[in-house]
Design a protein around this ligand. Structure first.
Ligand code: 1PR
Length: 527
């Protein structure tokens, strides 16, 4: 029996699913006694350090946890579960940590985008059973803005590079903890969890010791989901957001099955976009919740869900805050939520007086679940102009002149799935969303959507250069070389595709085969 400490943070469902798929049973801590009686304790956490410690203290779990650690019994901390072991964090300086390991938690100091999101490798410093079977160049999934700094270097198990070298795992005898997420690191992550659970495995240090590590570029598979006219949830795909062909919604497959298939084929992340998110179901009946629950049982890479993430009142008159909606998705297996139309409304409000209210969906959700859990999905289209001086929006000079040979354009944001254009540009939207606490931008392009003509590199470059959070390039992928174009001509951290994967025109493996000699990628999973 594995005891899991769930203090209400984000997506523990994936940790439970991972341990259960390994054939183990999970007991969730309900009382302090449950910790003291635990045989093996797993402590996953995402979100803010201070909030985590406040909850542990409020639930009187801090002292039993310290006692358990002092007893040197099998313990695995994940992400915040690692940071909690230290004395304090720059994120919430006044809040003491468990202090089991001397040292602090500090924010990355790098020019690179923060948070550090994606697949990165490990430099091994000492043997451990959790890395039994590793070669030494494996990649695991990270999503964090802070890292630990131990005073005594002998506790360091692994380090990783991201603009600076940081500690990515520690071990003191039976107490181990990782900054990365084994439950989101595919088969490799499941093996690590299995090794932790099997106390008979002897400590191992991989043969291959790599001198440095690099964050891989991410290949994201996107599933645009909606109900078809028969009411079945299907994966569909628009051409410039038009998903009907001869009046019928294109049906490219079942969401759960396709997600599992892309996971097996090597997708680094999977995104579900509920493109008709603006329906007024009671929260618990939202169809995408079940899709997430089923998917997260078998898919162990990060899952993002978008569409309808905002406050609303259902047909029974029941009001739900955006935080409640997001929390239900996190509890159902999502690692990140994506906000579309509501982000445009929030930014329009903010620009009226540039005053942070703290009540917007972006601020509320990022405060509780952390910036890294909030993605903004932008649906812009080009508006060509002749004289940039007459335009109050952020304008770029384009190499692709407009219908009347205009050499300039701005990117107009839209809401409701491209149906309504708004008086705001994509660059400004991305900048303000970062200010309000968003952790990543999903940058679509209506003009390129479904065209197979390549990503809009001018848009991606302009947005990426104006913010310091990661960007997912989206819309227009048609060939593997389009991915190399966006990774070599812009600083985008990820690239997303939908149509070419659904129509089996270019499998994920072909994209990764093409890129593997050209840029850093996560190797394809072993068949
Ligand atoms: O506004 O918060 O309810 O969210 C709705 C979400 O659904 C937004 O993220 C919005 O981008 C998405 N959406 C709404 N309508 C459509 C549509 O297609 N009619 N899909 C839509 C957006 C764009 C990409 C697509 C890429 C790659 N799809 O996600 O997957 O363009 O496509 P490609 O590789 O085939 O070119 P809210």
């Amino acid at each position: 029996m594995i005891t899991l400490l769930d203090y209400g943070a984000g997506n523990v469902r994936s940790v439970i699913n991972a341990i259960e798929i390994l054939g183990e049973q999970v007991k969730i801590v309900q009382t302090p006694q449950d910790i003291l009686e635990a045989e093996k304790l797993v402590f996953p956490g995402v979100g803010a350090f201070g909030k985590m410690m406040d909850i542990l203290n409020a639930k009187k779990l801090t002292e039993p946890l310290k006692a358990y650690l002092r007893d040197n019994r099998p313990f695995l901390g994940i992400c915040l579960g690692l940071q909690a072991l230290f004395e304090y964090s720059q994120e919430d300086p006044g809040v003491p940590g468990l202090g089991f390991i001397s040292g602090r938690v500090e924010r990355f100091k790098t020019e690179l985008a923060i948070p550090h999101i994606g697949w990165n490798s490990l430099i091994h410093h000492k043997p451990s059973r959790i890395f039994y079977g590793n070669q030494g160049n494996e990649k695991y999934y990270f999503v964090h803005s802070y890292h630990v700094v131990p005073e005594d270097e002998s506790v360091i198990l692994t380090t990783t590079d991201y603009g600076q070298r940081f500690v990515s795992a520690v071990q003191i005898d039976q107490v181990m903890a990782t900054q990365f997420h084994p439950e989101k690191s595919g088969q490799l992550g499941l093996r690590l969890l299995n090794n932790f659970l099997d106390l008979d495995i002897s400590p191992n240090i991989p043969d291959l010791s790599i001198p440095s590590t690099k964050l891989a570029k991410r290949i994201v598979a996107c599933l645009d989901v909606r109900a078809n006219d028969q009411g079945d949830l299907v994966v569909t795909k628009g051409d410039q957001y038009e998903v009907r062909e001869k009046g019928t919604v294109r049906n490219l497959g079942k969401p759960v099955e396709l997600a599992q298939q892309y996971y097996k084929e090597g997708a680094d992340e999977i995104t579900f976009l509920n493109i008709t998110g603006f329906r007024d179901f009671p929260l618990e009946d939202l169809p995408m919740l079940e899709v997430l629950r089923q998917t997260s049982r078998h898919v162990f890479v990060p899952l993002t869900i978008g569409g309808g993430i905002r406050e609303y009142t259902d047909s029974q008159g029941r009001y739900y805050s955006s935080l409640e909606v997001a929390s239900e998705y996190f509890r159902s297996g999502a690692d990140k939520i994506s906000i579309g139309s509501d982000a445009v409304i929030i930014v329009e409000d903010y620009l009226k007086d540039r005053h942070k209210t703290g009540t917007s969906a972006i601020e509320q959700i990022s405060r509780v679940y952390g910036n890294q859990a909030v993605v903004i999905s932008i649906d812009p289209r080009r508006v060509y102009i002749n004289r940039p001086a007459n335009c109050q929006h952020k304008v770029i000079e384009t190499k692709y002149p407009g219908p009347n040979k205009e050499n300039y354009c701005w990117y107009q944001c839209t809401i409701k799935g491209g149906r309504e254009g708004r008086d705001i540009d994509a660059i400004t939207l991305a900048q303000v969303c970062e200010t309000l606490g968003a952790g990543e931008i999903l940058l679509n392009c209506i003009d390129r959507d479904g065209t197979n003509s390549g990503f809009d590199l001018e848009l991606i470059k302009a947005v990426k250069e104006s913010i310091s959070i990661p960007v997912i390039a989206s819309s227009g992928a048609g060939k593997p070389c389009h991915f190399y174009e966006v990774f070599s001509q812009t600083q985008a951290e990820s690239a997303l595709a939908a149509g070419i994967f659904h129509r089996r025109e270019v499998p994920i493996a072909a994209v990764k085969e093409y890129l593997k000699e050209l840029t850093e990628i996560r190797p394809l999973p072993n068949p």
